[in-house]
Write a protein that binds this ligand. Structure first.
Ligand code: GDP
Length: 193
């Protein structure tokens, strides 16, 4: 468990955080479980607003972890209900953020463990690679899978992203059960050293 503080939500490029600290980005489709992931790692619960909070998916959210690094929660891709202009706006925001020199050291790319990576995931992955940001795939909501399905989805993911390490970089995670917590905590502790 970590000391995680919510810092701010922004919806405009001019409000990008200026303080230089290493940044770990959390990205993936909206509703994939990013906020629940933050809450599950945090000593204080309900620090991250979940998708049911209106407007939340349109923001880029900063969290400070152990006073040392930022989690930057990128707005969800593929939020079909929003008007087109809004979708364009937050896509611009994500791109502006990613292409502004930052201290991004790692990305947690969230994929719902019940579904194969989508076209949106492939686009996101392409962007991460272009920017040479190392990434780990987190297969969220793994508590919903049977044991045999867990192996199957990891095999699907490694087919699509063959450069990943099967054990260390494709991680089944559940925010409601303990699945994957240990490996994520170990990873984070290393980054915080
Ligand atoms: P976000 O949009 O990526 O921040 O997603 P949220 O964290 O708001 O989660 C979206 C929905 O999925 C919520 O209803 C959560 O309760 C649910 N959820 C998130 N993580 C898990 C998980 O590990 N297991 C289960 N069963 N449900 C989850």
């Amino acid at each position: 468990m970590f000391n995680i503080k919510f810092i701010k939500s922004i919806n405009s490029i001019k409000d990008l955080h200026k303080e230089k600290k290493p940044e770990v980005i959390l990205c993936g489709r909206s509703n994939v479980g990013k906020s629940s992931f933050i809450n599950s790692l945090s000593l204080k619960k309900n620090i991250a607003k979940t998708s049911s909070t209106p407007g939340k998916t349109r923001m880029l959210n900063y969290y400070l972890v152990e006073e040392k690094l930022f989690f930057v929660d990128l707005p969800g891709f593929g939020y079909a209900k929003a008007p087109k202009t809004e979708i364009q706006n937050w896509q611009k925001l994500i791109e502006a953020y990613l292409f502004t020199p930052q201290n991004i050291i790692l990305a947690f790319h969230f994929v719902d463990s019940r579904h194969k990576p989508t076209d949106l995931d492939l686009r996101l992955n392409k962007m991460l690679k272009e920017l040479t940001i190392p990434y780990i795939v987190i297969l969220s909501k793994a508590d919903k899978l049977k044991q045999s399905e867990k192996y199957k989805i990891k095999k699907e993911v490694i087919k699509i992203f063959p450069e990943l390490d099967f054990e260390k970089e494709i991680i089944l995670y559940s925010s409601v059960k303990g699945i994957g917590h240990k490996i994520i905590e170990t990873n984070l502790s290393k980054l915080l050293k």
